[in-house]
Design a protein around this ligand. Structure first.
Ligand code: 5GP
Ligand code: MG
Ligand code: MG
Length: 183
């Protein structure tokens, strides 16, 4: 059962709200330079990327349209299988667009690997990845993310858009969930 106070469900904070904001501001400054004069499209992957998208986009000074995609891994395993199903597709054609995929976290990398291959067939002028978090020790496929917020250990984290059983997304920091919550 969930605690009445969200803080009681957390083991420790890994990245604070202030650290996230400062880093997203730095990444936005890079993206402003890299994409000046280009036809950029931000593609958020629902639902985890909602907070990153909202904050990152507000640090940008270039005008950057947003689109959203919802995907789910399926298969027998509860872990990401790498076999991905599109639950909500983009509204925007990718032809000629400089696509910047905005992600919450790269764990195994399997979902993003599939997504990038899929986008490559849709005529984008370029495709890059921005992720708030990355777990280098958990990656099963190499993802060349150009913009990375923080590398973190392989613990299961919640907050800043990341959920456990759809909870905890509204937590402002990124924190390790206490084991008593899922045991
Ligand atoms: P992948 O393993 O394919 O890189 O990760 C796919 C998705 O699993 C991520 O976009 C994210 O939604 C979820 N995920 C991976 N690691 C974590 C984690 O530590 N905490 C939470 N809440 N979700 C995660
Ligand atoms: Mg995600
Ligand atoms: Mg989730």
């Amino acid at each position: 059962m969930r605690a009445a106070d969200i803080q009681a469900d957390l083991d420790r904070v890994l990245v604070t709200e202030e650290e996230l904001q400062a880093r997203l501001a730095e990444l936005a400054a890079e993206v402003n330079r890299d994409y000046a004069g280009k036809d950029i499209l931000l593609v958020g992957v629902l639902k985890g990327a909602i907070m990153v998208m909202a904050d990152f986009a507000r640090h940008l000074t270039i005008d950057a349209p947003m689109d959203w995609m919802a995907v789910s891994s399926y298969g027998a395993s509860t872990k990401s299988s790498g076999v991905v199903q599109i639950r909500k597709d983009l509204d925007t054609p990718l032809d000629g667009k400089h696509v910047l995929v905005v992600e919450d976290i790269i764990d195994s990398g399997l979902t993003l690997h599939w997504l990038l291959e899929h986008f490559a067939t849709r005529g984008a002028a370029s495709i890059e990845v921005l992720t708030a978090l990355r777990k280098p020790d958990a990656m099963k496929v190499e993802i060349d993310a150009k913009y990375v917020g923080f590398d973190i250990p392989s613990d299961f984290v919640v907050g800043y858009g990341l959920d456990y059983a759809e909870g905890y997304r509204g937590l402002r920091d990124v924190a390790v969930l206490a084991p008593h919550v899922y045991s």
